[in-house]
Design a protein around this ligand. Structure first.
Ligand code: AMP
Length: 420
């Protein structure tokens, strides 16, 4: 497989799928350009080699063409960061895009309008009547799959090379994230730098694992993490369960959890996971004490209690000091660490201690040579809050894509390029 480091883009036109789905304020100003910055190494390398770039991205979830979700709002920022006056095609397919792509000279760049202005990008029918019959729905699905082929081909014919640098959408089998790759031979499709870094980080954790491997799963719900936990039980030495989901485990084993967050329909599942961990010889840490509050508020009255003896009317909003000590000890002695989800409601200053202690222990282990991967929206927000992002090995940019990768699933955007 070609790698972006080795590939010489000189004289080539590259279609680069990026994820520039950045947040805008009411005045349509970008409030966080991290995603644009993240793709710059790839775009700049192509320009520097003497190639030209055709940039494709989705933006929001449009159901039709919409002024608000036009990419022209972010065009100036892309030009500024790239250091090149980026041209714009007001439709990602059709005469204008084709003419502008064909006229691109080495070192030039073209941004295509929002790919999702066309239903063919996702390949799902839009505007189906509420009362559509099953037969009508089937026919609409078939029709869009057909027109998706033409759409994909139109995008592919704009370029000589396909580069995917949009890890955030790698779990989607969309036209520009996966299907397009079929139109390029193995020597003309490759991952961008960001995508490559994400893949390397996840595979280092899942495949090239140094023991002891500790996974810290926190956050609110066990239901959203179940498949990852299941997959990780085959490879971790230590599994730390924290955050809101830990109370479902406490209740499953007869604990009194007061008003703490609980998923009553997942009690059996929690028991099964504990059983499975035992069978696999995984050291499962569920915590012993909690920092409790008399309401869900930063200003609530607080106290500490054993996780299984939370009084009525109180709820656990963070792990307690004994648990912090126990978790920190295990994390500090780990060689591979995966962290997904806070240990408590870290957004409230009075309930951030556990999450902070975990973040600090991960940073310490990393400084002693451990490989640490932080992924999933809220642990990323937490590591940024505690200003420790530069003291861990890798902070993933992928939300859903990272979770599916961690669950052991094949991601269409990755498979389309390297075949697995
Ligand atoms: P998730 O998106 O599932 O990773 O959940 C992250 C959210 O879980 C954060 O916003 C936390 O505030 C929340 N959370 C963590 N611990 C608790 C808890 N003990 N009770 C309620 N919410 C929690």
């Amino acid at each position: 497989m070609q790698t972006i480091e080795q590939f010489n883009f000189s004289g080539k036109k590259a279609f680069v799928r990026v994820d520039f789905n950045v947040p805008l304020d009411e005045q349509l100003n970008i409030t966080d350009d991290t995603r644009i910055q993240a793709a710059m190494p790839t775009l700049k390398k192509i320009i520097k080699d003497g190639g030209s770039v055709i940039i494709g991205t989705h933006f929001g979830r449009p159901k039709e063409v919409s002024e608000k979700l036009s990419l022209k709002h972010i065009l100036p920022r892309i030009s500024e960061l790239l250091g090149v006056e980026v041209q714009f095609a007001s439709n990602c397919v059709g005469d204008e895009a084709e003419a502008k792509a064909a006229a691109l000279q080495p070192g030039e760049a073209l941004l295509l309008e929002n790919l999702r202005f066309h239903a063919e990008e996702e390949g799902k029918p839009r505007n189906l009547a509420d009362n559509a019959t099953d037969a009508e729905k089937e026919a609409a699905k078939k029709a869009i799959k057909e027109s998706q082929k033409d759409f994909t081909k139109s995008l592919a014919t704009l370029a000589d090379v396909y580069v995917n640098d949009a890890f955030g959408t790698a779990h989607r089998a969309h036209a520009s994230t996966a299907l397009i790759a079929e139109y390029f031979d193995a020597d003309h499709k490759l991952f961008g730098f960001l995508m490559q870094k994400e893949i390397n980080a996840v595979e280092k954790v899942l495949k090239d694992t140094q023991s002891p491997f500790t996974a810290i799963m926190g956050g609110s719900k066990v239901s959203s993490k179940i498949e990852i936990i299941n997959n990780l039980l085959d490879s971790v030495d230590n599994l730390i369960i924290a955050g809101g989901m830990s109370y479902t485990f406490a209740k499953a084993f007869g604990g009194k959890i007061g008003n703490s967050l609980v998923e009553d329909d997942k009690l059996d599942l929690a028991k099964e996971l504990v059983e499975k961990a035992k069978e696999k010889g995984v050291n499962l840490l569920l915590g012993t004490d909690a920092k409790i509050a008399d309401s869900f508020s930063n200003d609530a009255k607080t106290d500490f209690a054993p996780v299984k003896e939370i009084p009525d009317g109180w709820l656990g909003l963070d792990i307690g000091p004994d648990t912090i000590q126990e978790f920190v000890e295990v994390i500090k002695n780990s060689k591979t660490i995966l962290w997904n989800g806070p240990t408590g409601v870290f957004e409230f200053e009075n309930f951030e201690d556990g999450t902070r202690a975990v973040a600090e222990a991960i940073a310490e282990a990393t400084s002693k040579g451990a490989f640490s991967l932080i992924g999933g929206g809220d642990s990323v927000a937490a590591i940024n809050k505690f200003e420790l992002a530069d003291q861990v090995s890798y902070v993933s940019t992928g939300g859903g894509a990272l979770l599916e990768f961690m669950e052991g699933k094949e991601l269409p955007g990755i498979k389309a390029i390297r075949g697995y």
